[in-house]
Design a protein around this ligand. Structure first.
Ligand code: FPP
Length: 252
């Protein structure tokens, strides 16, 4: 079974169809590179501008009724970028976590990280662990940062842990079902995302929350991430509230 006694909140049906705004919003923050290039600046300049938008978006969540925000900061595929860009991003994450995110902690934000930490630099992992511990008592916005995250990788790692539990006799293979498997995912304490937003005009999900977004609504918008604002998030939440979510059923 799951190594954590926390109750999994896999309740994608928590919102009344067509009713409230999204409880959990997940964002693929894309377009930093193009934003920088359009200004004749290096790609890292765009990532720094993108990092600044994170705070505004996190701070807008309580006013919009968003309890959970999950952001895609670095994918398992992003290691294929140039060494300069990868090193610059890792440096940015370290700085961001030690300065900016500590400020978020005082605003009642609970921070979690998902993804495989094994390939990350030990100093960065230490900062991540510390921030999770420091904010564990907060019960405002739940901010989850996907860092070295890939949906397929997550399912593979979950399956490995599940297989170990079967091998050591703590899990009966007959009990493996749609409720059991997600308890082994990195997101086991999070509800499924209601709304997934991708900025920068690309209409693909790029290995983000593959299992969890089975019934999410998607918004692919043209805005480049460094230009994304709380106002735009508000408009997307309003639009979400007008959608009819059926979860496979029919309208009665
Ligand atoms: C995608 O834009 C963005 C990333 C790979 C990095 C996302 C990181 C941030 C927004 C930095 C801050 C995050 C935290 C949590 C500190 P891209 O480079 O693929 O843009 P492009 O498609 O225009 O090239």
């Amino acid at each position: 079974m799951s190594k954590n006694p926390d109750i999994p909140l896999q309740d994608s049906g928590s919102l009344s169809p067509g009713g409230d705004g999204p409880r959990h919003v997940a964002i693929i923050m894309d377009g930093n590179g193009r934003w920088a290039q359009a200004r004749g600046r290096p790609r890292l300049f765009g990532h720094h501008a993108g990092a600044k938008r994170v705070r505004e978006v996190v701070e807008a969540c309580p006013g919009l009724g968003i309890e959970y925000l999950t952001i895609f900061a670095f994918s398992t595929e992003n290691w294929k970028r140039t060494q300069t860009e990868v090193a610059g991003l890792m440096n940015l994450f370290r700085r961001y976590i030690s300065r900016e995110m500590a400020a978020l902690a005082t605003r009642n934000v609970r921070v979690r990280f998902i993804g495989d930490r094994l390939r990350l630099d030990a100093k960065l992992v230490k900062l991540m662990d510390r921030l999770e511990v420091e904010t564990a008592g907060n019960d405002g916005t739940h901010l989850t940062v996907a860092l070295n995250y890939g949906g397929r990788d997550e399912v593979a790692r979950a399956t490995k842990r599940l297989a170990h539990d079967v091998a050591n006799g703590t899990l009966n293979p007959e009990e493996v079902d749609e409720e059991t498997l997600p308890r082994y995912l990195d997101t086991y304490v999070l509800p499924d995302p209601d709304l997934v937003i991708r900025t920068s005009g690309e209409a693909r999900i790029s290995n983000f929350l593959l299992w969890q977004s089975a019934y999410s609504e998607y918004e692919f918008i043209d805005t480049l991430w460094p230009d994304f604002t709380a106002a735009e998030l508000g408009r997307l939440c309003e639009k979400f509230g007008r959608r009819e979510r059926r979860f496979g059923t029919v309208k009665t």
